[in-house]
Design a protein around this ligand. Structure first.
Ligand SMILES: [Zn+2]
Length: 147
């Protein structure tokens, strides 16, 4: 398996004032091979993750190519500036989803099943509309029927 060879190219890179040796470009970004990417400055998403970081909205500054032993083929991974990375949110999207669901459950009236957009008061156990409807019904029931 010969594979395409990437020529060494000196190029301006966003993470250094000096030119760095790259392997050309990929999708308009400097292409780095496994041993040329500066591990103190650049990291893939997975590497950031292991550092407790995330790209934090920044665009990738380079592309890393490496040979996957598992897939027996060349792989590409975006590289991000570690300096611009942000700590991983303590709340994961999954946790936010669970919280939203819990809040929705507290807003749902068990009586009529409507989302009332306020938390159903535990002592009432139902929304104000249901409470009012019930008290109106009770009042009618209690009222003596005039014959
Ligand atoms: Zn209700």
């Amino acid at each position: 398996m010969s594979g395409r060879q990437y020529p060494w190219v000196w190029a301006d890179v966003p993470w250094s004032d000096a030119q760095e040796l790259t392997r050309g470009t990929h999708d308009g970004l400097p292409l780095m091979s496994w041993n040329t990417a500066d591990r103190n400055l650049l990291a893939t998403k997975g590497q950031l993750r292991r550092m407790g970081l995330r790209p934090g909205g920044q665009d990738p500054v380079a592309v890393l190519y490496f040979f996957s032993r598992k897939g027996m083929r060349k792989m590409f991974a975006n590289l991000y500036l570690i300096a611009l990375a942000k700590p991983v949110r303590p709340m994961t999207p999954g946790k936010w989803g669970a919280l939203a669901k819990a809040n929705l459950a507290r807003r749902l009236c068990p009586e009529c099943g409507h989302d009332r957009f306020y938390v159903i008061h535990p002592t009432l156990g139902k929304c104000f509309t249901c409470v009012e409807a019930e008290s109106a019904r009770t009042a009618t029931d209690a009222a003596p029927i005039a014959a």
